[in-house]
Design a protein around this ligand. Structure first.
Ligand SMILES: *Cc1c(COP(=O)(O)O)cnc(C)c1O
Length: 367
């Protein structure tokens, strides 16, 4: 009983025979690193996103790090991003030695407020890193216009947005490069950690590939310091089985979101997520905002319904970023999400009856 936030077991059972066969095949061939599965996945993701290259790596955080490092961004440089994202976005910027510069978010989509970017640009700014949060693309056209005018690189953190589109173009093909994560709970998840970089830039793709492989292109000869960040063949094999189902799963997430939108419309005390008509979102999470989030979450938990805060504390308020010198109120919209934005179950395959059950609990609290 109960309704989980995400049902990964059901997804496995849906494809069990194919997944088991793919895993067994890798084991039998004992090709665990690189090889045809990884090459095949890179080709499949490049085709899916509509980019020239896809470079597999160890996880989404590494994908961001490798892109930044591949672009030569590091000490003394600034990268403009959002404070309302998973920690890894800003972590990757800090790890290359650059400084994350946060701009506030839109109150209804939770995406970076593009109108705030220009004021944050300095002589040190090298790139903008928009995050397509919860699976909805940032308003990329005005963002790219600003970036072009100032000669800045643009890196999509598309970790939550595989399959989403903006004005007909896929997330991952909207800027200089993009990072995706295959963490199990993402819209396309593997059975462990995994990530991939997409780009049309031949030179950047080669650099990222080299950096991910100890900075070498010729085995045992090193002219650059890199890292070890690979996608396992087992993960690639699993992702190749799942990828053909991604669009259907994303459509099911949208259908679930539409039911919530319908059933929660007009309920006082709760803000529903806005969907912009410039694109098609993939609802990595369906997020509602309420100052009574604590009560709602208690009631959901008591009813056996999965929920969690995304995100409990904005990045500009994190202890590790104290050195950046932000006060909470510097980015008031992001700070207003602390402890108020929570996810409702909207996984592929959730039924209308299950959604009605969730809505019943919410209405019980908010009535
Ligand atoms: C998941 C996620 C990442 C990091 O991906 P990992 O594969 O867990 O390293 C980065 N950014 C965002 C927005 C994410 O949701």
């Amino acid at each position: 009983m109960g309704i989980p936030l995400l049902d990964l077991k059901a997804q496995y059972l849906e494809l069990k025979d194919e997944l088991d066969a793919a895993v067994t095949d890798v084991m039998a061939n004992a090709a665990f690193i690189g090889g045809p599965k990884v090459k095949g996945l890179e080709a499949a993701i490049a085709e899916y996103c509509g980019t020239k290259h896809a470079v597999a790596c160890g996880n989404g955080t590494d994908a961001l790090f490798l892109i930044l490092a591949g672009m030569g961004i590091g000490k003394g440089d600034e990268v403009i991003t959002t404070p309302f994202t998973f920690f890894a976005t800003a972590e990757a910027i800090a790890h290359v030695g650059a400084t994350p510069v946060f701009v506030d978010i839109e109150p209804d989509t939770y995406n970076m407020d593009v109108s705030k970017i220009e004021a944050a640009i300095t002589e040190r700014t090298k790139a903008i890193m928009p995050v397509h949060i919860f699976g909805q693309c940032v308003d990329m056209e005005p963002l790219l216009e600003i970036a072009n005018r100032h000669g800045l690189k643009v890196i999509e953190d598309a970790c939550q947005a595989i399959g989403a589109t903006y004005k007909g173009t896929m997330a991952g093909a909207l800027a200089d490069a993009a990072a995706f994560s295959f963490f199990p709970s993402k819209n396309l998840g593997c059975a462990g950690d995994g990530g991939i970089i997409t780009t049309d830039d031949d030179e950047l793709a080669a650099k990222c590939r080299k950096l991910a492989s100890h900075g070498t292109t010729k085995k045992y000869f090193h002219d650059t310091l890199g890292v070890n960040s690979r996608l396992d063949s087992l993960q690639a094999a699993i992702l190749l089985v799942k990828l053909p189902h991604l669009d259907a799963w994303n459509a099911q997430r949208r259908a679930a979101a539409a039911i919530y939108d319908e059933l929660l419309a007009g309920v006082n005390g709760i803000d529903l997520p806005a969907a912009r008509d410039y694109g098609v979102p993939v609802y990595h999470l369906y997020i509602v905002k309420s100052t009574r989030a604590d009560e709602i979450m208690d009631a959901l938990k008591n009813a056996g319904i999965g929920t969690a805060l995304y995100y409990p504390l904005a990045l500009h308020e994190q202890e590790v970023f104290e050195y950046l010198g932000y006060a909470a109120e510097d980015l008031p919209v992001a700070a207003s999400c602390d402890g108020t934005t929570l996810a409702l179950p909207a996984f592929p395959g959730i039924t209308r009856a299950q959604i009605e059950e969730v809505v019943q609990v919410l209405k019980g609290v908010l009535a």
